[in-house]
Design a protein around this ligand. Sequence first.
Ligand code: SAH
Ligand code: SF4
Length: 422
Amino acid sequence: MADTNLMPIPGHIDPVPVPRPDLVEGVTPRADGRLDLMGLPRRRIAELFAQAGLDAKQARLRAKQVFHWLYHRGVTEFEAMTDIAKTMRPWLAERFVIGRPEIVEAQHSTDGTRKWLLRTADGHDFEMVFIPDADRGTLCVSSQVGCTLNCRFCHTGTMRLVRNLTAGEIVGQVMLARDALGEWPKGGGTMAGLDEEEDEGSYSSDGRLLTNIVMMGMGEPLYNFDNVRDALALVMDGDGLALSKRRITLSTSGVVPLMARCGEEIGVNLAVSLHAVTKEVRDEIVPINRKFGIEELLQACADYPGASNARRITFEYVMLKDKNDSDKDARELVRLIRKYKLPAKVNLIPFNPWPGAPYECSSPERIRRFSDIVFEAGISAPVRTPRGRDIDAACGQLKTAAEKKSRAELDRLYAEKQAALG
Ligand code: SAH
Ligand code: SF4
C-alpha cells in the first residue's frame, strides 16, 4: 500500500495528518517531483512561481492568469494558456502540472446517474457521483478516503483505510465532472481520458448540467475542515468555478465544535445527519452522538450562521425498520425542531442495504406515514428517491472501494471505533 499519512483507527476522532517533510504545503504529492497546482489558491501559486525563480511581480501576474485558466476554463496543459508567452509555457510545464484524480472506472446508470471510481496519485480509491434531475444536476463529492466515524448503517464507516483528501483532490472531483459533462467555457478544457460521447446534452433551464454540489460522498467533511474549506473557496470563487454558495451543501454527522466555523468560514448550506431522536438510538447508529449529544447538536443548528427560512438546515433521516421509524419518533422529531425554532426541512432517506448490514429499510407505508406526520406539522419532509441503484451510486453509501467484511469483523470494528469515541 502506498506510503501516505493514514489516520489511526481506532484513535481520537479528530485526526490531523502530520505533513511529511518532503511534501510542499497544500500540494497533492506526485511521483515525478513536479508540483501539482490543482487545489492551490492564487497566493500559493504565486509563492511557488517565485520560489521557482520569477520575480515577485511576474509571479503574481502569472499566478492570476494561471488561476483563471486552471479553475475557470478547465485547462490542463500550460500550452493552451494563450495569454502566457510561448517561451514561458514549457518552463511552467517542466516544473508544474495541473492534475486531476485518475479515473479507474466510470459507470452510467439507466436513470442517468453516473458514478466514478477515482484514484489519488498515491493509490487510494474514492468515489464521486453525479445525479441529474429535471431542474438541477447534483455532484456528490467525497472528502476523505473512508471515514473515522462508524455510523452503523453506513458502508463507508466499515472502511479501515482513512486519509484526508487534499484540497486538490476535492476540487479535482468537480473539475473532472465538468470535464466529463463538457461544461467548460468555449476554448477551454481538454477532454483527456474521457469519452467524446460524454460531452453531450443539457436539460436544465440555464443549460447547465452541474448546478449543485453536496459534500455527501465518502468521509466526514468537518474532520477535514481546512482542505474542504480551501476546495470550496475555489469552487465559489468568481474567477474559479464560480458556483454560488447557495448551491453547495455540506453534510455532517454532527461535529458540533466545527459547525459555527463551517457557517462563518465556508458559508455553505448545512445538512445534518440526525437519523434518530433519542440518545439511546442515536448513540447506537451515529456513535459520534456519545461525544456530542442531540441537544448540543440542535443548539449548534439553531446558532448556524446564515441559516434562515430562505436557507433551511436539512436534517437527514435514514429510515431503519423498527429502529427509528415509529410515529412516536416522527412526533419527537417535530417537537425537537420546534423547541429549537429551527428553519428546517427533513430529508427521509430509504436505507440502502449492503452485504452484512445490521439493519433493514422501513416499509414504503411506514416511510409515507412518518413523512405525513412531519409534513402535517408544517415541516417539509420529502422521501429521497433512490437513484442509480443498478450501479450502487446513492450518496452516502459509496462502497466500491470498501473491502467486504464478515459480520464478526464489522462488530469488532464497531466496538473499536466506539471505544475510541470514549
Ligand atoms: N459524513 C457525512 C457525509 C457523508 S454521508 C455525514 O454523515 O453526514 C451522506 C449521507 O448519507 C448521510 O446522511 C449518511 O448518514 C447517509 N447514508 C450513509 N449510509 C447510508 C445508507 N446505507 N443508506 C442510506 N443513507 C446512508
Ligand atoms: Fe462517516 Fe457519514 Fe458514513 Fe457516518 S454516515 S460513517 S460520518 S461517512
